[in-house]
Structure formats: structure tokens, C-alpha cells
Design a protein around this ligand. Sequence first.
Ligand code: SF4
Length: 465
Amino acid sequence: MKDECGVAGIALDGGSVSYRLFLALYALQHRGQESAGIATWDGNSIRSFKEMGLVSEVFNEGVLEWLGGRIGIGHVRYSTSGGSFPENSQPFTVKFKDGMLAIAHNGNLINTGKLRRHLEKLGATFVSTTDTEVIAYLLVKELLRRDPVDAIRAVMRQLEGSYSLTILINDILIGVRDPLGIKPLVLGKLEDGYIIASESVAIDVLDGELIRDVEPGELVMIKDGEPETYRLVRREGTAHCVFEYIYFARPDSLMNGHLVYDIRKRIGEKLFIEHPVDGDLVSPVPDSGVTFAIGYAAASGIPYLEGLIKNRYLGRTFIMPHQEMREVSVRLKLNVVRPNVENKRVILVDDSIVRGTTSRRIVDYLRSGGAREVHMRIGSPPIIAPCYLGINMSTRDELIASNRSVDQIRDALNLDSIGYISIDGLIEAVGERGEDLCLGCLTGIYPLEIPGERCIVRQMKLTQF
Ligand code: SF4
């Protein structure tokens, strides 16, 4: 499972916005490591710079200086739709009759194909394979006859899927969250302006103050210094992606009113209640299992001790050319702390299991390091179905839990025991109503109409115009 994307938008009262956007993207780097980009309004047009690579690799002082202007948006990407090509990196910019537009998107549309065909019939020529470009062209079409708020409302009527967007229309900054609030988006105050971003950590890094989450179906517009908000959708319920809480978001992020760290710790505590086991140490799979393991250790009274240490200096994951090298890759990333595990009963805690290949290697690695027993505890219920809403996840065939029982998974991973948090336990730990969460990949029931899948479509009404 890969992270998806992170978006940011900043409007300052004056000065240059590019350095602040750079820092905000740095804080959101965990959401996408494939490409990064910034677009700013320089007073006459939109300047944009985007390349493949990490934020620190893409930008330098010269580029940030060139990206002048007090207002702009930024994006970090891991491809969910479209491929991993430079032309698919964002923000995506378009010229139109009344100026320029730049758009950055986190999420995934379900009806991109249909919308793309419709636009092509009207004469649109696409340069990328992303659904973000589709949103950009729909918006340009509407902007020719409506003001920005009504234009976005008209576009939202056509979009099906998940989308948290930051948009620059000349010198206007806009943030939009999809009607079900599947992906996160927050609004913050800076000393000299405002920020809209995927996660509150982007506000923290700029010493700003979180104002609140952008509501599902809400548009926030910063035009003349102050934010104006518009509820474009009347909704009955939300569908917050539960994997934001389990894995994607940083633990220090405040999201939908929760500190992600607290949720993960509570999941760890519940895991012990649901799946207690005798052991000598509780060890996380670093870093994703850390907070769950802290919760499990606290609830069980078993010492928290690291059995594995992560090499933090590997940089971007690279493709190992040979099988032999791939086998080595897990040892490159993780090293067993032999004295901590030798002849011990290890309770290994991780956030989730997707294909199971990495988990199996880690278990074998712990056993070869001398662990007497290895018990695994998992902070998500079994992933049984793919995600269509913004996460790059394996197909059903590749998911270890899609056609195996828990006992079969235990055997496949060479474990003494395995325990997944239950769906009810997860919902309780999150602290939201189950019907306000997207649990699609865990239940196989999705909150939007997805062809060939079971769905309980959440009702929502776009406000009239
Ligand atoms: S299907 Fe799973 S990963 Fe995808 S949005 Fe829903 S909860 Fe998140």
C-alpha cells in the first residue's frame, strides 16, 4: 500500500509564498514521494515548477526565488491514477480566456473515463493521464460562464469519487473537499495569511494555528485576505477514509477533530483486549507500527522493546534489479536487534498487512535472529478488497486476506499466532460512527457507486444555484 498525495495552498498578505509552500510540502512528504510541485501567482500569470523527486530534490533557492508572488499552491504525489510520468506531476496549470488556473488534487475519481470522453468530444486534448486534468478542464469550461464558486459547484455535480483540492484561479486561492470528506483538508491561520492543507502538520511547520477541518462539501475561498466559506453540499453523513487514521496521516496530525496518535494508541490497547498473548517484549515494525505497539505494551504491561531498527537514511525506495537484491532489501531497511529478541517471545505489532510478502520476510528475519516465538498483532482488520478512492493498493488476488482465513494467514507468515483488530474495535478506537467512515477495503462495501462492487451510497444533495 502506498501513500497517495498531499496538497497545500497559502495566501499571504504580502511577501513571497514559495518558501512557505516548500516547508508545508516538506511536512507532507510522507503523503507522496514521487514528484513535487509549486504554482504561484506572480501578479500577471501563474508560474509553476514541478519535477519527479522528493521536495528537497525538486526545489532549490533559485527556483523558490523565481516562484515569486504572495499566493500559491503545492503538491506532493504518489500516483494513484495515471502513471508515474513527469507530465502527471502536479499542480496542473491551464490558461483560459480570463487568466490562468492551477490545481492540486488528493484523491481519485471513479468516473474519470466518462468525463474524459465527454470533454474529448467537446474538443479537449489531454496532456496527462490524470483525473486532475479532467477536473481542470471541467472547471475552465464552467469558469467561462460562472463565477468561481458557482463554477466549482457545477463541477462538483459531475465528479464522483474522492477529492481534496487546492486551486489557484489567478490571485484567488480555493480549497475544496469532496461531499463525503473522504480525504482530509484543513484550514489554518498564519501570522500574515492563511493556509489550506491536507494535514495540520503543514500548519505546525509554519508556526500557524489550526482553525478547523474544511467540511465535506465545503469550499473555502481566500480572495482579499480573509477566508469566505460556502457549503456547496447538504450531506447526510461522511465517509472519512479510515486508513488515514491507521496509516497515511502523520501521528502528530489533528484530523476531523482527532489526534491521529491517540487513535493509534487506542487501537493498540484494544488489540491487547481482543488478542492477548504472553510474551517477553512488544516490538513495533518501524515506523508504522510504533504507536500501536506503545498502546499494546501499555495495556498488557509487557515491556516495549525494539526488536527491529530501521535504517532511516535509505532515501527513496528504489527498484531492486535482481531477486537476490530484493531479498537483501528488507535487511537494508530493517536490522534485528539480536540481544533483544534472542530466545524471546516477540509480540510484533504493525499497522496492516497487504500482500504479506514483507511481513513474512520480517518474521523469518526475527526467527533467524533467535526469536523463540513470533506473535503478530495488526492495527487494522484484514484488508479484503481494493481501494478505488485514492490509495494505490493491490488487486484482490494479491491481497493476502482476500481469500485466506486468519489461520491460513498465520501459517503463510510462519507465525505462532496472529490477531487483527476487529472492525467494531477499530470504529470504537477511532471515535466516529461506523457509518461516517469509509471501510471499503475492510468490508468490501463502498460509500459510492462502484461498478461490480457492493455499495451503500451515502445520500447527499448539492445546494441549488
Ligand atoms: S477503501 Fe480503504 S483505503 Fe480506500 S478510502 Fe476507503 S478506507 Fe480508505
